[in-house]
Design a protein around this ligand. Structure first.
Ligand code: PAF
Length: 281
């Protein structure tokens, strides 16, 4: 497995693979890899001949009071895990390589009707940072396909929109959420939880499953369901519920009775750690 730090070097490698008519898959990450990330790599390997994983903790998607400085950076361990999966290449650029003109540069911005709500309402510049860095990574790596986890459901919807509207010739694949045995969705931020918080965390998925069950046995009032779930989460020990919303999976707007597919999106906090989860029905 080769590690590339320079844009030109990864571009040359991918171009060589493409000339040999090989399909190139791409898994962008911020490192600190867990089984969830590894499942993305495996999914990419299923339909691609070569897979590139990028590891870059992107400063522009973190807010001023967020965990950019303390975000776990574990390159050696990540490299080991990727090696075991027979990943073909790792792109591991520096901040200067990614942002040679500084962080305040040209932005890629998906309109606020998708990015200003849910995650965007408490993290105003987050999605501009994500779309900008992913667009840059796409231009640098130039893969055929890219895989993102469905855990960050809104991110996936926003990135699909970006690719469609900017006519980026890359197929976006959404990968199912990987969970611990007690149901908690895997996330690098789970390691911030103390043992008591860790025991409360899986109750978010339990609440979502209960909501899903009630939605399947419709009719049910969506707002009432959201309010009940919020009260239950606070009762179970979460410190704050940022949102529990029954949404249309394409528009992320509140679902209507006629919607054939529905996504329940939720974020609840344990201390300052935000636990994200969702269920697509
Ligand atoms: O989901 C993530 O880990 C990040 O938001 C991404 C897509 C790698 C962009 O930095």
């Amino acid at each position: 497995m080769q590690v590339f730090n320079q844009v030109q070097a990864i571009r040359d490698q991918v171009s060589e693979w493409k000339q040999a008519r090989l399909k190139v898959g791409f898994v962008p990450t911020m490192g600190n890899l867990h089984a969830g990330h590894l499942s993305l790599v495996r999914l990419a390997q299923k339909s691609c001949d070569k897979v590139v994983v990028s590891i870059f903790v992107n400063p522009t998607q973190f807010g001023p009071n967020e965990d950019f400085d303390s975000y776990p950076r574990t390159f050696e361990a990540d490299q080991q895990k990727l090696q075991e999966l027979a990943t073909d290449a790792v792109f591991y650029p520096s901040v200067e390589e990614m942002y040679p003109n500084g962080l305040k540069q040209t932005l890629v911005q998906v309109p606020a009707d998708l990015t200003g709500l849910l995650e965007g309402s408490s993290r105003p510049e987050h999605f501009d940072g994500v779309t900008t860095v992913v667009c840059k990574l796409f231009n640098m790596v130039q893969p055929h396909k890219a895989v993102f986890g469905q855990k960050d459901f809104q991110q996936l919807v926003v990135l699909k929109k970006m690719v469609a509207e900017l006519a980026i010739p890359i197929e976006i694949i959404g990968a199912p959420i990987e969970r611990d045995s007690d149901g908690l969705a895997l996330s690098s931020r789970n390691q911030y939880l103390n043992p008591e918080q860790r025991s409360i965390a899986p109750k978010l998925y339990e609440s979502l499953q209960e909501m899903a069950q009630q939605l399947i046995n419709r009719p049910v009032n969506f707002a009432e369901l959201e309010n009940k779930a919020t009260a239950r989460l606070l009762h179970e020990g979460f410190d704050k519920v940022d949102y529990v919303k029954v949404c249309n999976p394409a528009t992320l707007r509140p679902a209507s009775e006629d919607d054939k597919t529905i996504v329940i999106l939720a974020v609840a906090r344990l201390g300052s750690t935000r636990i994200l989860d969702n269920i697509l029905l």
